[in-house]
Design a protein around this ligand. Structure first.
Ligand code: ATP
Ligand code: MG
Length: 447
């Protein structure tokens, strides 16, 4: 097989093939029942066909930490085409990394072929930019080479479900037990190859409660600017992982500590420095973390809307100060903030329209008279916008009484609602008069 042949060529000619420490179940403590059934079936089928197959990466790390993995990846010495040939319901995806998605019912497992370092004389499989960043990486290798090109020791663990063994090439199990985050290989070179590893370091340190090893940490501050060369879409994916890992508040603190937040989320530098902005962002992150940890769904659009809200507020104020009426000023502010962020972080369009909707609805919460509150309640995104309002109240940006009013109004029956409106009718009348005089300030555009 070509994989085996290449593995032999590389290991014999250019690289030493390291030996793993094989750790028995009594020591690693992972019970087979905790492996997802799709991953088990995938490993079984590959092994039956004569290949080696292991659950790898984050799932093994999480199981050793006693956590429930969110997904399972499998690594094998079969090439993508060979894997594709074994599983009827599978497809090859990716360019930078070619991998196979194997489907079992609605479950999906990612199968990757062991990768090795490229033959330096052959540039057709591995391409790097002028900073040493790898642009493509599809050179097959053996298992020890695959372990060596993974990012951290704790992510380079292979679990064989048939033998219930963990194969550990870099001391990842010991690092997990002693709560150390260690990059594999020369830290500077590994960050240059892929600057995203610096963000991943912050994420794993924060989310797994690990201490960054001194050598792993040292080059980060100096190399942080290399993140500017990473394509925006990839940064966005990694930021999303960070924000949705259930420990976002800790991760963001860690990003700041390592000097990685500059230019990454442009607003983050500014916002975190303002007390009100920091309070709001941290509340939004903690709120997201709690939802994720209690198994509730969360919408990335909500989170990004929250992260950018104070940026929008500042721009909104600025445009109004220049004489623009509130509603057009809000639109101008939203567009400006989104344009800037889309460029840097590639926030996908589908999120930006949801974000705008959340923002546009905020001033409408101030209007508590006549038919308007009823119309707001009927908006499909009311619930999210209301949650957003509560965050604003909690952070001290708006009066708590406004959030309380909406909490009561939603749950009240028709009569009680009418009473609440009546109580608010005097300011409403004033508002109507004012609107007749100043049409430009009329109903917000979203209505
Ligand atoms: P998560 O639980 O967030 O999915 P993970 O460790 O599984 O964490 P993935 O991004 O899913 O992270 O990547 C799967 C595995 O691929 C990692 O465990 C690691 O071994 C390897 N890997 C991912 N990204 C990199 C990278 N940038 N450099 C080297 N190895 C990487
Ligand atoms: Mg993963």
């Amino acid at each position: 097989m070509i994989t085996k042949f290449l593995g032999r060529v590389f290991s014999g000619r250019m690289f030493k093939s390291a030996k793993p420490r094989i750790i028995p179940v009594a020591e690693h403590g992972i019970s087979r029942e905790r492996i997802g059934s799709c991953a088990l079936r995938t490993c079984d089928a590959l092994q039956e066909a004569g290949y080696s197959a292991f659950v790898v990466g984050g799932a093994v790390r999480d199981l050793i930490l006693g956590r429930t993995p969110k997904d399972f990846d499998v690594a094998t010495n079969a090439t993508p085409e060979e894997v594709r040939g074994i599983f009827r319901r599978s497809r090859i995806i990716g360019r930078r990394f070619r991998i196979v998605h194997v489907l079992c019912g609605r479950d999906l497992v990612e199968v990757t072929t062991f990768r090795g370092p490229a033959d330096v004389t052959d540039t057709s499989h591995q391409v790097e930019d002028e900073h040493g960043r790898l642009l493509r990486d599809n050179v097959w290798g053996d298992q020890s080479q695959d372990a060596a090109r993974r990012d951290f020791t704790i992510n380079a663990l292979f679990y064989d479900p048939a033998r219930e063994e963990v194969w550990d090439y870099h001391g990842g199990v010991a690092d997990l037990k002693s709560k150390k985050l260690r990059i594999i290989g020369d830290p500077e070179q590994r960050y240059r190859e892929d600057p995203v590893r610096m963000l991943r370091a912050a994420r794993f340190a924060a989310s797994c409660g690990l201490e960054m090893d001194a050598a792993t940490r040292k080059p980060v501050k100096a190399l942080a600017p290399l993140l500017a060369n990473v394509p925006a879409a990839r940064l966005f994916d990694e930021m999303l992982k960070l924000l949705l890992c259930g420990h976002a508040a800790e991760c963001v603190k860690r990003l700041r500590k390592e000097g990685l937040h500059h230019g990454l989320l442009p607003m983050l530098d500014v916002i975190l420095e303002q007390p009100m902005g920091e309070r709001f962002v941290m509340l939004a992150l903690k709120n997201t973390d709690t939802r994720i940890r209690t198994g509730k769904t969360i919408s990335p659009a909500f989170l990004f809307a929250a992260l950018l809200w104070h940026e929008v507020l500042a721009a909104w104020k600025k445009h109004q100060a220049r004489g623009m009426p509130p509603v057009p000023a809000l639109h101008e502010a939203m567009d400006g903030v989104l344009d800037q962020q889309t460029e840097q972080l590639a926030i996908p369009r589908r999120y930006s329209s949801d974000m705008k909707e959340l923002w546009i609805m905020q001033p409408r919460f101030e209007q508590r008279a006549g038919q308007r509150p009823y119309r707001l309640l009927e908006q499909p995104r009311f619930r999210a916008a209301y949650d957003f309002l509560l965050l604003r109240c909690e952070s001290g940006e708006v009066e708590k009484s406004l959030g309380d009013w909406w909490t009561s109004f939603q749950d009240a029956d028709a009569d009680a609602r009418a009473t609440m409106l009546v109580a608010d009718s005097a300011p409403a009348k004033k508002r109507r008069k004012r609107r007749r005089r100043k049409p430009a300030d009329a109903a917000p555009a979203a209505e």
